[in-house]
Design a binder for this molecule. Structure first.
Ligand code: NAD
Length: 419
């Protein structure tokens, strides 16, 4: 069988759930395609004075539940297929989380490490200008993703506001989320995705009499999601045995300190050279014996081939789409549990929603309030998926899709199709 693209993989996951729940065939056709696909090519002046042309994307999958919402990724692998897939996952995720958003995603096909800070700023600003009114605070709201952060969001905010008439500017601060706190960001947004992953894992552990304090785990990707997940798991007493990022992988049977590694990665741009672990190759990393594997990097990491290498009991997907459809099959055959991305990593978009609400209301919530509200929504999302697992006697990914598709189907039934 030919290898499925990332988007074909989403559609295969979607078809599994749509078949199982008997999704209305017409609503199925609507949800199986994206709504808008914007591709922009824009020139940027480099530090040495020459002009380079960049390609940026924004795909808006669906907005029946609310404004389009989703991150922006700066990575060489960004293309229309990947962005379609990521946008579609956002629609399911918001529906599962029970927040009033649709799904979108975007990005620029670049390796940001090749550019200076001032070049990255100009690239970001020209991209925002090129997107123009295709984004907006009540229409389509970007956020950070791989290789983008609160600084990039601040540049998008500033550029977008500069394009607005002065009277409108202060009403548009919610055009992006994941902003620095001083520029209208929310407390708790930086750790939100990792926090959500940990809440889901805690709920699953309680339901399965699984003792997290004696658990061992490994993490792939030590950026926002991976490092926060590991840091937030530390107080539970779980032991981090192995970590991999784009610079290499390390193992340490005595445990890797997540806070010390975070500091090191921030200072050195990657984990390579970290003294608290032994360097290993990719296959050795993937074969480490542990209870839990948290993929928190890119798509397609757990395939038919690599799923057979894993020596874990449970995969907790922090990244979007780390497991492809063949990888899923092998995990199931081998009896390895899986908690899916659209449930586990919903904490990011949930706290983005809280940031958006705070901006709209000119409020500033304290961290306890943000965390408590996040916890409540993650519990509710988890419970809905858990119920669907048992009602449909299916795997967690398909069950999560069923929860999302049910919600979307209801809204389409109620509203009908214009005209
Ligand atoms: P990030 O840029 O902060 O970190 C990405 C990490 O992946 C880095 O540690 C990088 O070294 C590592 N990586 C890249 N290529 C790799 C490779 N080939 N092998 C191993 N590691 C590799 O990005 P992030 O925001 O943490 O996002 C990670 C994943 O989580 C993505 O799938 C993203 O879509 C998803 N996600 C992020 C958020 C969020 O709030 N940031 C929310 C939901 C989902």
């Amino acid at each position: 069988m030919a290898k499925l693209s990332v988007y074909e993989n989403v559609i295969a996951q979607f078809n599994n759930a749509a078949d199982l729940m008997n999704l209305d065939p017409e609503i199925r056709r609507i949800l199986a395609c994206t709504t808008n696909e914007i591709i922009v090519h824009f020139p940027v002046k480099m530090d040495d004075g020459h002009i380079q042309i960049f390609t940026g994307y924004r795909v808006q999958h669906n907005n029946v539940l609310g404004p389009y919402k989703g991150g922006l990724r700066f990575h060489p692998s960004v293309d229309i297929d990947e962005v379609r897939a990521l946008a579609t996952w956002m629609t399911w995720k918001s529906a599962i989380a029970g927040i009033p958003y649709g799904g979108a995603k975007g990005g620029i096909q670049i390796d940001p490490r090749q550019y200076s800070r001032s070049e990255l700023e100009r690239i970001t600003r020209r991209f925002t200008f090129a997107l123009g009114s295709n984004i907006g605070p009540e229409y389509d709201i970007p956020a950070p993703d791989v290789n983008t952060n609160s600084q990039i969001m601040a540049w998008i905010l500033d550029t977008y506001l500069s394009m607005m008439p002065p009277l409108e500017r202060n009403r548009c601060v919610h055009v992006v989320t994941g902003k620095p706190i001083e520029s209208g960001g929310s407390l708790g947004r930086d750790k939100a995705t990792g926090q959500g992953v940990v809440f889901v894992l805690e709920l699953w552990a309680k339901d399965h009499n699984f003792d997290l304090s004696h658990a061992t785990y490994m993490v792939q990707g030590f950026g926002n999601v991976g490092s926060w997940t590991a840091r937030l798991l530390k107080p539970y007493g779980a032991t981090l045995l192995a970590v991999e990022d784009h610079t290499g992988a390390i193992v340490n049977p005595a445990g890797i300190d997540a806070d010390a590694l975070t500091e090191y990665v921030q200072a050195h741009g990657g984990l390579s050279g970290y003294p608290g672990g032994t360097p290993v190759d990719h296959r050795t990393f993937m074969s480490v014996e542990a209870d839990i594997f948290v993929p928190a990097a890119l798509e397609n990491q757990i395939t038919a081939e690599t799923a057979s290498w894993l020596n874990v009991k449970l995969v907790v997907e922090g990244a979007n789409g780390p497991t492809n459809i063949e990888g899923d099959k092998v995990l199931q055959e081998r009896g390895i549990g899986l908690l899916p991305d659209v449930l586990c990593n919903a904490g990011g978009v949930i706290v983005s929603y809280f940031e958006w609400l705070q901006n709209k209301r000119s409020e500033f919530w304290d961290l306890e309030e943000v965390d408590a509200k996040l916890h409540k929504l993650m519990i509710s999302a988890y419970r809905h998926v858990y119920e669907a697992v048992h009602k449909f006697n299916t795997d967690w990914r398909t069950a999560a899709y069923v929860v999302a598709l049910n919600r979307l189907e209801k809204v389409y039934r109620e509203r009908g199709i214009f005209p």
